[in-house]
Ligand binder design. Structure first.
Ligand code: NAD
Length: 256
């Protein structure tokens, strides 16, 4: 379905980004990976689907490196057809204790990086009159939780950004949408499970059950594979007129 297309997935060395990269490669897309950690392992996992895979280690908090990442994708594959803005970080603290540098990093990586990738990739998509921008927001783009002010602000912000750019591109072959996962058991959430287990003297299983029970009525984690298939749908022709949505996959979290 996506043969001949190029997908750039930011923050795709682990978790949801890697799941989305694999799902797009399974559909035939060439993939540009990005993120920290074990790039070689991620590359091997995605390359197993038989498409071309490249990696660029841009720090998504740095605009000049983001520009270099887009230029790299253009040089390697001729352009970005599918842009998945996924890189993200979390920090948990009450607002009066929130480290200023953490606030700045969360806004830069979770929100501002999508502005830069989008402004740089959009002209090519428009010229080819086909493109998909998928912003990985969160249930925290729709509702809040205490002690996550920066994250909630960044995720509400990216949903607003999604809607604005969806309107700007509404008459083109480029669609812009957000997806809103609930709890997904990735390194980002494992840290929160560990903190809960340590604070309450709980086992890992008890901490996971407690975390889910607070927010996610299905009591099941959403998986990177399921989110990958949602991204594939948004890339399909059936989704050509899905524009500016914030689509949750959250086990009922925001239905409450
Ligand atoms: P993760 O920690 O497994 O992955 C984050 C990725 O971003 C990694 O590849 C990491 O290397 C990369 N990254 C972090 N900082 C970066 C930077 N400065 N520059 C480039 N890459 C950077 O976490 P995840 O849970 O897979 O999160 C992916 C996205 O999904 C994030 O935007 C997160 O907010 C969102 N999300 C996660 C959940 C969840 O429950 N895990 C729920 C809703 C939304």
């Amino acid at each position: 379905m996506l043969k001949g297309k190029t997908a750039l997935v930011t923050g795709s060395t682990s978790g949801i980004g890697l799941g989305i990269a694999c799902a797009l490669a399974r559909q035939g897309a060439n993939v540009v990976l990005n993120g920290f950690g074990d790039a070689q392992a991620a590359k091997a996992e995605v390359a197993a689907f038989g498409t071309r895979v490249s990696y660029h280690g841009a720090d998504m908090s740095r605009p000049a490196e983001i520009e270099d990442l887009i230029r790299h994708a253009e040089a390697e594959f001729g352009g970005v057809d599918i842009l998945v803005n996924n890189a993200g970080i979390q920090h948990v603290a009450n607002v009066e204790d929130f480290p200023v540098e953490k606030w700045d990093a969360i806004i830069a990586i979770n929100l501002t990086s999508a502005f830069h990738t989008t402004r740089l990739a959009l002209p090519g998509m428009k010229a080819r009159n086909w493109g998909r921008v998928i912003n990985v927001a969160s249930t925290h783009g729709l509702v809040a939780s205490a002690q996550k002010s920066a994250y909630v602000a960044s995720k509400h912000g990216i949903i607003g950004f999604t809607k604005a750019v969806a309107l700007e591109t509404a008459t083109t072959g480029v669609t812009v949408n957000a997806i809103c996962p609930g709890w997904v058991l990735t390194p980002l959430v494992q840290k929160q499970v560990d903190a809960r287990a340590a604070a309450g003297g709980l086992t890992q299983e008890e901490a996971k059950r407690q975390l889910l029970a607070e927010k996610q009525p299905s009591l099941q984690f959403t998986t990177p594979e399921q989110l990958g298939e949602l991204a594939v749908f948004l890339c399909s022709e059936a989704a050509a007129n899905v524009r500016g949505v914030a689509w949750n996959m959250d086990g009922g979290w925001v239905a409450q």
